[in-house]
Design a protein around this ligand. Sequence first.
Ligand code: ZN
Ligand code: ZN
Length: 327
Amino acid sequence: MEIREIPVPDVGDSEVLVRIAACGVCTMEANLYAGRMTVYPAAAGHEIAGWVERVGAKAAGLDDMPAVGDLVTIDGLPRCGTCRSCRAGQSAICVALQGHKREDGAITMGAGLADYIKVDASRVWSVGDTDPAVAAMGEPLACVVHSLRRGGFRAGDRVTVVGAGYMGHLHLAVTKALQARSVAVVERDEQRLAAIAAAGADAAVTPGDLSQLPRADVVFVTIASKEAIAVALASVGDGGRIVLFGGSPDGPPAELPGYEVHRRQLTVTGSFSHDPEDWRAAAELLRGGALTGRLETLVTARYALDEVEKALKQAAETPVYRVVVTP
Ligand SMILES: [Zn+2]
Ligand SMILES: [Zn+2]
């Protein structure tokens, strides 16, 4: 890991310069630091919030375009715009999602662990007046909004969330805010179970106690394991939907019970990353302020930019919700 000094970038006509206020350390950054992901050299940090410092001439003044001084949450993961998925409006599964080369040779995968960032004006979203560490949760929130959309979530749905980690908490917070009938959480770890019960889950049980739960209209699986998928199949109601949100390339394959899916009309779908419309909704959830208290409790630690290695180490080596770097 090294810190590089590079000039503050110039912005083009359709770009925005943002002074970074906070950047969350996600699994990608933790994996890059720990050597579990080896795309080097990578300029990482894709959960970004900051204050707009300059807006390019073509973007300035457009309807709903952030203005100088606004706190924004940033979609820092570049999409190509030209692959088949992008052209079909599914930029979440863009083939070029792994980033592009910066002038200094670093592969940009957010590049938010920095003082400044230049982004396309289409990728900044005003969030009003909120804690920047919370505003930096725009990216994971957009992932969760995407997950709800993939699962066809509607107000009044009974929800079950499998896993009480950071993403489990965000699914609880967002489905509650959008009027789920009830939200139950299934988790193995007693401490995490107690924490999510305190955060407002209607029920919080271990995988052995599924019979206590109402059958769910939609189940969000936020951890990657064979057991988590089995829990989802056992807790979903007839006609229900299962969203595989958590995933790992080396996770064990699960068996799909074909007859059950057929006879009970189940839908099993995947959710990965986010599309622009998910960002609009996520920014609005942040701006509304209803989630702020819940989200603040998910900030495990805050570090200054010159302590970035400590932040990466903590996220890579210990259980955390979110470690946030605040330049
Ligand atoms: Zn992330
Ligand atoms: Zn693409």
